[in-house]
Structure formats: structure tokens, C-alpha cells
Design a binder for this molecule. Structure first.
Ligand code: ZN
Ligand code: ZN
Ligand code: ZN
Length: 470
């Protein structure tokens, strides 16, 4: 088995391109544009390991590298093929090489659009890497069914990004979907063990009385003329059907007789019944459950949303805003300005009210992702809950950008606004400590401005952004 590093965007022809080692490929964040793995029978484990090393690398130029699999003879297993961007047999190589170079070029061009991409770039959040993989290919993510995973299906393209084959790919995709970075379409509905979530279930018909599994199943026959209903075997006589009650021969189904249903007989307690009790046994954990307890879930095909495409290029900092958006109502900047305008008019008319605008700036919010990875979402949700508890429903919240928030606090004195902001700060700092993010350099800067008829909103917002610059 060989690996070739592709350094030009032109099409390639084996063996004119130089072979590489996986190590030198992983070290080269500058020149390699893609890699071709020459697969021979029996290399499955090794190929998978190489793809893992590439896709788990933190540098975008490495983990997003286009990968082609070239094989001789028999096709590699589907699961392996789908971990690659392209899979071609050696004999088709010449005609297929132009499509591969197009792919290499597309990924290369997408990488060039990432702002500030340099040799030290490093992405640690797996959901973010998934977004980038999808965006750089401009491709959806399809599952395939497989007995090799406990859940019975996998998303082969992203599988190599994960260490073990647990359900974290599904958790990550679900997370990205909830944040509206991914859209999804129905693919299949499947049944899972309520105890261990395995898809490998044995559906068993059991006796409703003694719970035995050893049942016989037989059709019932209904003789129209005499009205007799009995098991099919009681009608069978020398390859003919004869009614055991009136001895008449039954010739035509629908004319002489019909088969109204099926009857079960328990071989243990001899009970006859029509509806057996359906039980489910899991092949993985061996637990037996009632059919109603089995979890039924939908499996999806995913595509990037417009926000997802944006987040893939510019980063996940927008994630916090999107979580706040789901939990609280965030107003647009334009709406926020109209609210301030109305509030100013109200204050100058009644003269009694005091309202304030608070600005909150989070420093280095994105550093949370690098430290916490998957746990960031949970932390953001908790911060969002703090926002919800500190601000009232009559307060108007808007995001100036991913890390600056402005809040109109109606009927609130400067003193009370400052108290509220301090409560918010303390609660969030407690959360950071609780999530072992103590050493995080996330700072929270706040400021309160009182609204009067002379307040200049633009100036307030400018000041809010100045906090950010300092
Ligand atoms: Zn029984
Ligand atoms: Zn009869
Ligand atoms: Zn189970």
C-alpha cells in the first residue's frame, strides 16, 4: 500500500507522482493539495488508520485534504470507500483523473477563502471541523447502513474525525442542526434498544399467558355454508380441504370458504390466541423489552445551511449568539434603535422614568471552543439561562456582533442596572469555574448608560465597541 501526496492542481497519473510517507504528509501544511492512497487487498485497517490521522489533524490544510482511493481488483468495502472523496479503480484512472483534479482545486480555493489561515492555524472543535469538511466539498452528509456500528448506521465521511466508534458523530450532527448550521432531510426510521441504543434487535412473538416463545402459527378457515371456523390443519384431508363439521369439500377460496385470520398456539401451555405479545431482545445487551418501550428514531441526511456555510468560513463564535437567539428573543440592531427612539420620547414626555442601556462585551469568547470543545454548547446554554434570569421580559436585547450585546433596561436606575450586570458577571464567572474553565482568558466588560432626551444611541453603541478595542 502506498500514499502519494499531490502538490499540484493538475491531474495525476500513477506512478509519475512521488510517493510520500504519512508522516511527511501530516507535517506539510504548505504544499500538499491532496493525497491518493493506493489500496491493495488486506490493507483495510491501515487505510482507515491513515484517514483517521489525516482527518483528526488540527490544521485545516491537513484535515480538509482531498483524499482519493485507488484500488486494484476487487472494490474496497463501501464503508472505506465513502471515507474518501473519490474511489477509482486503477483501470479507470486516466478518464477519472480530471474529476479528481477539479475536486482538489475546489477544496484548495475554499481553503484560500479562510481568513488568517497560516501554518499555526488549528481547529479543535469537531463540530466545527465537520462544518468545514462539508463546506469545502459543498456536499451533504449521507448515512450508510452497517452492521459494524452498534446503531446500525454511520456517516462514513466524518467517522474518521472521531477516536472511537461511539455515537458522538450523531451527537455532533444533532448539535449543529439545533444551532441551525445544518439542515436535514428524512432518510430512514429505525428501532433502538431502550437500554443501550443498539439497532440490533430480535422481535419475538410470545405467549400472552406463559410468555413462552415456542409458538406455532396457523391459518383459520371459515366454511361459508355451515359457518364452521377451525384451524386449517383440521380441514386438511389427503391434499384436499374437507370441512370437519359437515364433511363437504371446499374448492374455491372466496366462494366456499375464506381465511379470516391467523391463530397461534403455545407449545408450552397449549393456549390458542390471535394476538401474541410482541417482545424485543437486544443482541448487544441481551435485555428484553416490551415493544412499546423500544425507541424509534429518525435518521437524517444533512446539508449545510447558509449560516453554516458562513460559520464554516469565519468560525463558530457566532454560536453563542445563535444559542441566545433560541433561548431569548434577540432583536435586530434596527429594531433595537427604534426601541431606544421610542424610549427616549417616552422619557422626555413623562419626565419620571429612568431607563438604561447596558453593554456587555465578552473577550475571547472563541477561546472557550478550543478549551472545552463539545462542552462549550452546554456552557453557552447555561450563560444564556443567566441572561434569562437577570433580564426581564420588558428588556430589549440585541447583539452588535458575536461578542458585544446591548440591552435596553426599561424603568431601571443606573444603580439597579449596575447591580444586575454585576449579578450577571458573577454568575457567569461561577459557571466558568464550575466548567473547569478557570484559567480561561474570557473577560466580561460591562457599561451602563442612562437614557435621557439628549442620549445619542450611535455614540453609546460606538462606546460599546470601543470597550472591545481596548
Ligand atoms: Zn403459553
Ligand atoms: Zn362445513
Ligand atoms: Zn441493548
Amino acid at each position: 500500500m502506498k500514499i502519494y501526496g499531490i502538490t499540484t492542481e493538475s491531474s495525476f497519473v500513477l506512478p509519475n507522482i512521488a510517493t510520500s510517507t504519512i508522516e511527511s504528509l501530516l507535517d506539510d501544511t504548505g504544499t500538499t493539495k491532496g493525497a491518493v492512497v493506493h489500496y491493495t487487498q488486506g490493507d483495510k485497517g491501515k487505510v482507515h488508520h491513515w484517514v483517521q490521522r489525516i482527518r483528526q489533524h488540527p490544521h485545516p490544510r491537513i484535515y480538509l485534504m482531498p483524499l482519493a482511493l485507488i484500488y486494484e481488483g476487487e472494490k474496497p468495502p463501501t464503508l472505506l470507500q465513502k471515507q474518501f472523496d473519490e474511489c477509482v479503480s486503477v483501470t479507470q484512472l486516466n478518464s477519472a483523473s480530471s474529476t479528481k483534479s477539479a475536486l482538489f482545486e475546489r477544496v484548495g480555493q475554499w481553503l484560500d477563502r479562510i481568513p488568517n489561515l497560516d501554518n499555526n492555524s488549528s481547529d479543535s472543535s469537531i463540530p466545527f471541523k465537520i462544518l468545514r469538511l462539508m463546506a469545502s466539498r459543498n456536499k451533504g452528509l449521507e448515512p450508510i447502513l452497517t452492521p459494524s456500528n452498534n446503531r446500525g448506521f454511520v456517516y462514513p465521511a466524518i467517522e474518521p474525525m472521531f477516536e472511537r466508534s461511539d455515537d458522538s458523530p450523531i451527537t455532533s450532527l444533532d448539535f449543529l442542526h439545533r444551532q441551525q448550521f445544518l439542515g436535514r432531510d428524512f432518510f430512514k426510521r429505525a428501532h433502538f434498544c431502550p437500554i443501550c441504543e443498539s439497532a440490533f434487535l430480535n422481535f419475538i412473538e410470545t405467549c400472552p399467558d406463559c410468555a413462552a416463545e415456542n409458538l406455532t402459527k396457523e391459518e383459520l378457515v371459515h366454511h361459508f355454508k355451515c359457518g364452521h371456523v377451525d384451524n386449517l390443519s383440521h380441514f386438511e384431508r389427503h391434499n384436499q380441504l374437507v370441512c370437519p363439521k359437515c364433511d363437504e369439500r371446499l374448492k374455491h377460496i372466496g366462494v366456499d370458504y375464506d381465511k379470516p385470520s391467523i391463530v397461534y398456539q403455545c407449545k408450552q401451555c397449549t393456549l390458542q390466541f390471535q394476538d401474541p405479545l410482541l417482545k424485543v431482545q437486544c443482541y448487544s445487551c441481551e435485555s428484553v423489552s416490551n415493544i412499546d418501550d423500544v425507541s424509534v428514531e429518525d435518521i437524517y441526511v444533512y446539508q449545510l445551511s447558509a449560516i453554516g456555510l458562513n460559520a464554516a468560513l469565519y468560525g463558530l463564535d457566532a454560536l453563542f449568539t445563535s444559542i441566545l437567539q433560541t433561548d431569548l428573543q434577540l432583536f435586530s440592531n434596527r429594531e433595537f434603535k427604534s426601541f431606544i427612539h421610542i424610549e427616549k420620547a417616552r422619557i422626555s414626555r413623562y419626565k419620571k422614568s429612568t431607563s438604561c442601556v447596558a453593554t456587555i462585551y465578552f473577550e475571547n469568547l472563541d477561546s472557550l471552543f478550543h478549551r472545552l470543545g463539545k462542552r462549550t454548547e452546554q456552557l453557552f446554554k447555561e450563560i444564556s439561562a443567566v441572561f434569562k434570569s437577570v433580564f426581564r421580559e420588558s428588556d430589549v436585547i440585541s447583539a452588535l456582533n458575536e461578542s458585544v450585546f446591548v440591552i435596553l433596561m426599561t424603568e431601571t436606575s443606573e444603580e439597579n442596572a449596575n447591580l444586575a450586570l454585576n449579578r450577571l458577571k458573577n454568575a457567569i464567572q461561577d459557571l466558568f469555574e464550575a466548567s473547569l474553565a478557570k484559567e480561561l482568558s474570557v473577560g466580561i466588560l460591562t457599561r451602563v448608560h442612562r437614557i435621557d432626551s439628549a442620549s445619542d444611541l450611535n455614540l453609546m453603541l460606538e462606546n460599546a465597541l470601543k470597550v472591545e478595542e481596548k
